[in-house]
Design a protein around this ligand. Structure first.
Ligand code: FPP
Length: 247
């Protein structure tokens, strides 16, 4: 079997964790039980990424659109989030994992919000891996908020329109200290981006697996990483230009 080559691992893996509901339906369970099993998959993947030396892992845990789900599913997910943060804190500290969060965090229920902020603060010194949870997140919303702040600074600090570059806008996004994802994984066989990291995935390699998120584990992750390694990233260049590039 093909081996993972450490030097060719992605620095940043982002995951759209889809299929909890279908997993539950196939087993005649309720949707929350799918999310509970989904958390086990989160644990397995965080551990595997840390072991493999992936520097950044970003998980799409709750989208702005998810607020339209039935109230009991939303409150179930928020309870699970809080429980996950409480239960994982020691593990994160022990494994030197820094938690970060992106999205409209102020819209989270107060309990979940406070536990989240506490976990962000307690792990702020950790530097072996950054685990980012996208919560109440929408890529378009993130870009709009960045443009609003940029325009306000334009007025206050005198930034002129012609001075605005890709880097300028990137620096106003909530991911400003995080490199763009190298690999985006989506589970459950859907070929959609679903408003996730729209700006940041411009050159990201996309991998879709039929596996439903609760069934996704270390083996599936390794399969995705092997697939990534087998690809040639061209960033718009030709084969010949790439052959001449150093490294
Ligand atoms: C998609 O499955 C999954 C979600 C909307 C939430 C993902 C959440 C978890 C894995 C658990 C919480 C995570 C953390 C980090 C605490 P779906 O419900 O859309 O599945 P379906 O498309 O089959 O209905």
């Amino acid at each position: 079997m093909e081996e993972l080559v450490r030097e060719r691992l992605p620095r940043h893996v982002a995951i759209i964790m889809d299929g909890n509901g279908r997993w539950a339906r196939h087993k005649s369970l309720n949707r929350i039980e799918g999310h509970i099993k989904g958390i086990e998959a989160v644990r397995a993947v965080v551990t595997a990424c840390r072991e493999l030396g992936i520097e950044f892992l970003t998980l799409y845990a709750f989208s702005i659109e998810n607020w339209k789900r039935p109230g009991n599913e939303i409150s179930g997910l928020m309870d699970l989030l809080q429980r996950y943060l409480r239960e994982e804190l020691d593990e994160m500290l022990e494994k030197n994992i820094r938690l970060r969060a992106i999205g409209d965090l102020d819209s989270l229920p107060p309990d979940a919000h406070d536990t989240l902020i506490e976990t962000l603060e307690k792990t702020a010194h950790c530097d072996a891996m950054v685990l980012t949870l996208a919560l109440s997140y929408s890529g378009r919303d993130e870009i709009i908020r960045a443009v609003r702040r940029l325009m306000a600074d334009g007025e206050n600090k005198g930034i002129r329109p012609e001075q605005i570059s890709e880097e300028t806008l990137s620096n106003y996004l909530s991911t400003k200290d995080i490199p763009d994802p190298d690999l985006l994984i989506r589970t459950s066989g859907e070929y959609r981006v679903s408003n996730f990291l729209l700006w940041q995935i411009a050159y990201t390699e996309i991998y879709v697996t039929e596996t439903l998120w609760p069934d996704f584990g270390k083996d599936d992750l390794i399969k995705a990483l092997l697939n990534y390694q087998s690809r040639q990233r061209r960033f718009g260049l030709t084969d010949e230009q790439l052959a001449m590039e150093p490294g």
